[in-house]
Write a protein that binds this ligand. Structure first.
Ligand code: 2P0
Length: 322
């Protein structure tokens, strides 16, 4: 096959990934735990073009800018090395992620690219190998290979992959509070944090402990314990990031207000927990039976979208990418 298409979804971490022990191999300093979503797919088609002098990349029909195209080419170089090929490729990607929802696009993007490029170049990769490959494009992409709850292990290149975990069922309410795109990228902010935060060692050791506790909560099917750990870990990550020099503050007053509101709802008996990634928007988790009510309670703060657990990255039948 010299052409293949794949679809993948974003993921939101409950135990966050923040910091690399190896920036080239993208090995994290600690493991993380996430939910792959059922909404906002990215669909990517890779077509080998042996006559082309360079790879090409388009996103939603628009030719990619230099930096994302270079990132795609560097990723394809890894695939070509595995496949023993020198053929260039055309990569066309369609993303359903709203550009201003604050969701990282790289996780679904590189998970879909790993599956599509692996197939187009004739590699036979199992889920573990695909997760390790996707990781090289963007760390969090390792988790989007896997459906639903996924743990991404820290370790060396062979050990650092994501795999599925059983756990309680829950929904996520994405609360879009701020649509401004301006911020320091996660990639750059991680480096600054590692180089300048006096709290970084504590973050690494405590994240390993939080992950163990979160996995125990998953195995016990304990939504409450998992929710408490999720909120704790998000606030610890933001405290860490704020302690970089110069400081980076992703949360805005509206984000803090959302965390306050979630605490109030819990006090009133509606169980939900908040988290936030490298931006001002907040994601709230709730049991499936409470999700719509939680979303209704948050709607005065911003736009809400209820999402659930979704599939891992999958190869599409030929012609299905549209
Ligand atoms: C996470 N984030 O665990 C954390 C929480 C953002 C905040 O994974 O440099 O885009 O490509 O490996 O995967 C964002 O990191 O970074 C991220 P790279 P990536 O979801």
């Amino acid at each position: 096959m010299n052409e293949a298409s794949a679809r993948a979804f974003p993921n939101i971490a409950l135990v966050k990934y923040w910091g690399k022990q190896d920036t080239s191999l993208i090995l994290p300093v600690a493991g993380s735990l996430s939910l792959t979503l059922d909404t906002y797919a990215t669909t990517t088609t890779v077509r080998l073009d042996p006559d082309a002098a360079a790879d090409s990349f388009s996103l939603n029909g628009v030719p990619g800018a230099a930096t994302p195209t270079q990132r795609v080419t560097r990723f394809l170089d890894l695939v070509r090395e595995l496949a023993g090929s020198t053929a260039r490729a055309r990569v066309d990607s369609l993303s359903e992620i709203p550009t201003d929802a604050g969701l990282a696009s790289s996780a679904a993007g590189f998970a879909a690219l790993a599956v599509a490029a692996g197939a187009a170049y004739g590699l036979e990769l199992d889920a573990r190998a695909l997760s390790r490959l996707a990781r090289r494009g963007s760390g969090s992409a390792a988790r989007s290979i896997i459906s639903g709850l996924a743990v991404w292990h820290a370790g060396d290149d062979a050990q650092s992959f994501a795999e599925p975990v059983g756990g309680p069922e829950f929904k996520m309410i994405i609360l879009t509070l701020d649509r401004s795109a301006k911020r320091v990228s996660s990639r750059d902010a991680m480096v600054r944090t590692a180089q300048t935060s006096p709290f970084y060692d504590g973050w690494i050791s405590s994240t390993a402990q939080t992950l163990d506790a979160a996995l125990a909560a998953c195995h016990a099917d304990d939504f409450t314990a998992l929710g408490l750990l999720t909120e704790l870990h998000a606030l610890r990550m933001h405290a860490l990031i704020q302690s970089a020099d110069p400081p980076i503050r992703y949360l805005k007053p509206a984000s803090i207000a959302a965390f306050d509101r979630v605490e109030e709802l819990r006090a009133a008996g509606l169980e939900c927990y908040a988290t936030a990634d490298a931006g001002p928007n907040v994601v709230v988790i709730a049991r499936p039976s409470d999700a719509d009510q939680v979303a209704a309670e948050l709607v005065t703060l911003g736009e809400t979208t209820v999402v659930g657990a979704g599939p891992g990255a999958t190869l599409l039948p030929r012609g299905a990418a549209g």
